[in-house]
Design a protein around this ligand. Sequence first.
Ligand code: HEM
Length: 528
Amino acid sequence: MSVIEAPGSVLILTVLLLLVLYFLSSRQGFHEHKKEPPGPRGLPLLGNLLQLDLHRPHNTLCELSKKYGSVFTVYFGPSKVLVLAGYKTVKQALVNHADEFGGRYISPASVDLSQQHGILFSNGENWKEMRRFALSNLRDFGMGKKTAEEKILEECHYLIEVFEKHKGQPFDTTRPMNHAASNIISSIVYGSRFEYSDPQFKAMVARANENIRIFGTAPIQLYNIFPWLGKWMKTVKLLRKNVLLQVNVVRDLIHQLKTTLNPQMCRCLIDSFLIRKQNDEDSCVTDSLYHEKNLIQVVGNLFAAGTDTTATTLRWALLFMAKYPQIQAQVQEELSRELGGRQVRVEDRKKLPYTDAIIHETQRLASIVPVSLPHITTQDVILQGFFIRKGTTVYPLLTSVLHDESEWETPNTFNPAHFIDMHGKFVKRDAFMPFSAGMYGTFISSTFQMNWINTNINGLHFKIVQGRRACLGESLARMELFLFFTSLLQRFRFTPPPGVTEEELDLTPAVGFTLNPSPHQLCAISHV
Ligand code: HEM
């Protein structure tokens, strides 16, 4: 058959040729005057896909960093991704070059999740305004304050009640822990907590967790690379179905608050948004960002980001306690020596250095957000002599920071001594970055002044600079981790189920965007 008789084949060949040329042109050889980061050679169209474990890309990326260094590129299909590995490099990029590395990469799956509204997956003025609004409301409604402490301590009672009901028999901690963590952010966002038995609440939490899990699976990674595959993919359909159901429930809950809204008495973040929206409408602001789509996504972002992360960290902490009973006994000894059975308070943290070290070590070793959320460069930038073009997707490999061999004495073992000095005092470590470049980074002033925040930790005032995209809920999360963990350990001893030894408790994380412990059960033996 002649070429003229087969115009379809010619078209396909031309497209392939153009793609190969495009792929080659984006590689080093075409920009000889500018040094681009190294990386493994990839195949046309597929890039390095065949080398990557798409279920656990962070593992492959950590391996590749051993060969290519701390700044390197990999190709997810035809898309180039810049990987930042190790403490010094991640800090240098996210803190010293906060503005250049401060954009959010918007993948096809994240468009399905939030259509570039809200905070997590938005950029520019929309992101700036929604982040500022959320931060100031989180503070007004409790973050870092007594009100949040009261809410968390009240929730501890409900959580303990659920644990008590199992009477020392093995159970899965996932649901109660998710419900408890979710109620903290819910009471800030909606103005009240939900009953654990409320079917709508249960479904909301389950859907948010399911979406976070599938966000990190291989089918979604493939969809992000080849979006046209989406219409045939079950996982993508499930993601979209969950989003739709979630949006409908949030819309209903907002509607209920609207019917009882009193501008003189602002009850929660949603009230505050609605009042601002009304003010903008009354003042005929035509380009207001305070519209329903942003409200739904801000609420959805905070609910999802504030639930899964905190609950997952607490579940790791309990699993570590069951696996290392001597360490658990030391925590309990410190708690009973310092508190003598009374209710724990936030200001007790400084009296409990060992307990504090355990929480930090849990976050370090579990490293639950291994590649952070992908960033994008907002302008051309030079990092460690490498030229990085504006619009490059960036993976800050947080797990490589939390397991950096040059920063941690025993990076891959649970070792509370990472956070305790020879006098038994708690020590901060610069490479502790589970929230991305946040409070614990070494802060170098950025021109981006909204990074300056005042905060109150254990009654002390700090003025700090955050990496531009650092976790917005860090101080709330830290308070939750401390109060939930200590309250549970004051009340219970955690053990493996009968017939399972401590050695048999598996520490391999399950697949997902955040790293959860693999399915397991624990016994909570009441010792009060
Ligand atoms: C142990 C608990 C938590 C961990 C480990 C964690 C970790 C993270 C990480 C790694 C990021 C990505 C930062 C980046 O892009 O570089 C992030 C972003 C974010 N987190 Fe958290 N987080 C936690 C709890 C929370 C809580 C309780 C909330 C809600 C109050 C929250 C709200 C957010 C939001 C809204 C963002 C997006 C920030 C932006 O794009 O500007 N997080 N978090």
